[in-house]
Design a protein around this ligand. Structure first.
Ligand SMILES: *Cc1c(COP(=O)(O)O)cnc(C)c1O
Length: 369
């Protein structure tokens, strides 16, 4: 039996995508081979990667002048590749500065990684209130190599309500957990990246969307596999790309297009999130720890209103156990923050959110006051 899977990542994929992949498992596009088996240099793989790129460009409205790359190493490798390619300098040269805003744990990790290759400066952050809001973003220095933000903060459940003004400084954004969940004006960014396993496909593929003028700035000591110019020059095939992941991404994008594209998806995502947040608002036993203007559409952490730590912990353990027994799985909060979290990406149907709310209402009836 399929369950409602609220995992933050790897996360649920649309059932139609899994069924199509299953039907094509031993023979993709009449090639007589699985998408796992085709040579990436063959005429059989080209239509697969081309379809993934074409659909992504169409659905996101990616302008010409931007390259789309399908890489490996997860979003975490982009924490290093962005500073390496955009800010690192030849040995002995003066370090370049890169600007960061610390809105959560991933944002912090990105800045820490950048500090190995650049003068990474954290301009603002929201750690003072447990990352429950997005701070006012100070302007960068015009000479900054780039300005990095985490557009949707998966662990703490916040999202930037509007983009920071960075002038001519390229804006770099981690969109791992919000890609294709809402419209995004790609032309406002220098570089965007997303690990696929949240809203796009299986783990193992990372999508990078980068403005062409930012490609080719890596210092000569940069390893080949970490250089955007090499990947861009080889059409993401400098070495073997994550073929099967790219194939599944192409199916997810096809599914998304059939759903009506990003605008239709946005409407559904808003409806799902509003339903859940308004339930939390009305509940006497659960609440959202996130300040209202910054609440994510994709990741919704929640906690019990129980204040006694021991009773709270026991309550949350029972909640997670009983939810899982009811077919509502992976609702535990991130190990660093605790509590609960419902990740409701594009593939989560509204019926899943309604089932969760029904379960929580029933659960509330069992809480002894
Ligand atoms: C999951 C996640 C990451 C880490 O992704 P990996 O692919 O595991 O490296 C980074 N940033 C955000 C916003 C995420 O949600």
């Amino acid at each position: 039996m399929r369950v409602y899977n609220f995992s933050p990542g790897p996360s649920a994929l649309p059932l139609a995508v899994l069924e199509k992949a299953a039907a094509e498992m031993t023979d993709v596009n009449g090639t007589g081979q699985s998408a796992m088996e085709v040579s990436h240099r063959s005429k059989d793989f080209k239509p697969i990667i081309d379809k993934a790129e074409t659909l992504l460009r169409e659905l996101m409205g990616i302008p010409s002048g931007y390259k789309v790359l399908f890489l490996q190493g997860g979003a975490s490798l982009q924490f290093a590749m962005i500073p390496l390619n955009l800010a690192a300098v030849e040995q002995g040269a003066a370090k370049k500065r890169a600007a960061y805003v610390e809105t959560g744990i991933w944002a912090k990790k990105a800045a820490e990684e950048a500090a190995k290759f650049a003068d990474a400066v954290t301009l603002a952050g929201s750690k003072d209130r447990a990352y429950a809001y997005i701070p006012q973003a100070p302007a960068p220095d015009p000479s900054d190599a780039y300005y990095h933000i985490t557009l949707n903060n998966t662990i703490v459940g916040t999202r930037w309500p509007r983009l920071p003004e960075t002038g001519k400084v390229p804006l770099a954004a981690d969109i791992s957990s919000c890609i294709l969940s809402e419209p995004l004006d790609v032309s406002k960014f220098g570089v965007l990246y997303a690990g696929a396993q949240k809203n796009l496909g299986p783990a193992g593929t990372t999508v990078v969307i980068i403005r062409e003028d930012l490609i080719g700035r890596a210092p000569s000591w940069t390893p080949a596999l970490l250089r955007y110019d090499i990947h861009a020059g080889e059409g993401s095939m400098y070495n073997t790309p994550p073929c099967y992941g790219i194939y599944i991404i192409s199916l997810v994008l096809e599914w998304l297009k059939a759903q009506g594209g990003v605008n239709a998806m946005t409407e559904k995502n808003r409806e799902k999130a509003e339903l859940f947040y308004s339930y939390l608002e009305s509940s006497g036993n659960f609440r959202s720890p996130v300040e209202k203007p910054y609440r994510s559409l994709m990741n919704i952490p929640f906690v019990t209103t129980e204040t006694d730590p021991e009773r709270r912990s026991a309550l949350e353990t029972r909640f997670l156990r009983e939810a899982a027994a009811s077919g509502l799985v992976n609702l535990a909060g991130h190990r660093l923050v605790g509590g609960m979290r419902a990740s409701i990406y594009n593939a989560m149907p509204i019926d899943g959110v309604k089932a969760l709310i029904r379960f929580m209402e029933t659960f509330e009836g069992t809480i002894r006051k």
